[in-house]
Design a protein around this ligand. Structure first.
Ligand code: SF4
Length: 376
């Protein structure tokens, strides 16, 4: 296998799954960033029947089934349709990259915007956005999604007013509850005529693009740090590497509806107690929260070495406040940004990178799982 990772430029969906080392990856994008209890339970049943029973939470607030067999895809999609968990066609699904703050209340602006934007992106004349382009509806009092991948954001300014933000800009445009979604779609159209070869808004901003008039209001800076624990809306629980079994998902569904997050965590609606279930993390000091790792080999066809066992072994050695990213190749899917510590598998061993990404120049090379502990 060549060491150069393949950049596909699109994210898998349910209607357009991606082949991996352990079968097809079928990504489900829950509407409004929420799985009702029956949907979560139904997903668990479908994964046991049609996949290998494992789920991943993605960094974009989605849930993906692993190990789906080719002959199972059709009945799986029929099952997803029965639960209203799939779009009309693959192009609508591809555009519907909407991340929603998990801290919304029934009937508030956030819920409304998620529904309106879903509808707008399904319209026949919706902009044909690049595969990884996405929206963040981060309209709680304080922003919580600024570290998550998105190109167009709805946030609130320091006075509580709604603003529309192009990712990478420090200021936003004032909008109202009535205009927010129309303005977001208009900004997406502006991107499509302005972007040239830039596939993401942040890159276009870095290249010096000038936004249309009106983007003058300073943004708030995110201070929220996601961690497991109680919230006014339910219990936030974490999953090591964002991975869980269908049994874990079915058990979680018994506790409440599930709100998706980009942090490999789920908010279990209305749960007053932190559920004690095998495979979930409820302790905010758990060392596993300091490590991030992709599927790696052999589950990912591009993986040059195992990742999660390495990360699990190294987690207790990672200093508090730091993040260790273990990547199966230079693509860095699990954490595209820089980390204090990054370990990248190579064809023969592992490289160690400090304060960089999986593809950056290593400080040390040819490390083994045994020598890595000393190196970090
Ligand atoms: S970073 Fe990990 S998941 Fe992504 S392609 Fe490489 S091995 Fe696969």
């Amino acid at each position: 296998m060549s060491g150069a990772p393949q950049i596909k430029g699109w994210c898998p969906g349910a209607l357009r799954p991606m082949l991996s080392g352990d079968g097809w990856v079928v990504r489900v994008r829950p509407y409004g960033g929420r799985l009702r209890r029956a949907q979560a339970d139904g997903l668990a049943t479908l994964a046991a029947a049609h996949g290998n029973g494992m789920f991943d939470l993605s960094g974009r607030g989605n849930i993906q089934m692993r190990g789906v067999r080719e002959d199972s895809h059709r009945p799986l999609i029929e099952g997803l349709r029965r639960m209203s968990l799939v779009d009309a066609d693959a192009s609508v699904e591809g555009r519907r990259n909407i991340l929603v703050t998990p801290f919304w209340q029934s009937g508030d602006d956030t819920e409304l915007f998620a529904a309106e934007l879903t509808q707008a992106l399904a319209a026949p004349d919706a902009p044909a956005l690049p595969g990884k382009f996405g929206f963040a509806i981060d309209t709680g009092r304080l922003p919580v999604l600024q570290t998550a991948s998105a190109d167009i954001r709805l946030e609130r300014d320091a006075g509580g007013g709604l603003i529309l933000v192009a990712d990478g800009a420090d200021t936003g445009k004032p909008v109202t509850s009535e205009t927010a979604v129309d303005e977001a779609v208009a900004l997406a159209r502006w991107f499509m005529v302005t972007c040239k070869n830039h596939m993401r808004m942040g890159r276009l901003m870095t290249a010096g693009a000038a936004l249309p008039p009106g983007f003058m209001v300073p943004r708030q800076t995110q201070s929220y740090v996601p961690k497991p624990g109680h919230t006014p809306l339910g219990a936030m629980i974490a999953l090591a590497f964002g991975q869980m079994t269908s049994e874990t998902l079915a058990t979680l569904a018994k506790h409440g509806g599930l709100r998706m997050t980009p942090w490999r965590m789920l908010l279990v609606e209305s749960a007053r107690q932190l559920p004690q279930i095998d495979g979930i993390i409820t302790d905010a000091n758990d060392p596993l929260l300091r490590v991030v790792a992709c599927t790696g080999a052999p589950g990912c066809g591009q993986g040059l070495g195992p990742t999660r066992d390495v990360a699990r072994a190294l987690a207790p050695h990672v200093p508090c406040g730091q993040t260790l990213h273990v990547s199966g190749c230079a693509k860095g899917c699990a954490h595209p940004g820089a980390s204090a510590l990054t370990i990248t598998a190579t064809e023969t061993a592992y490289d160690l990178i400090r304060n960089g990404r999986a593809s950056d120049a290593p400080e040390q090379t040819k490390l083994t799982p045994d020598t890595l502990i000393k190196a970090i």
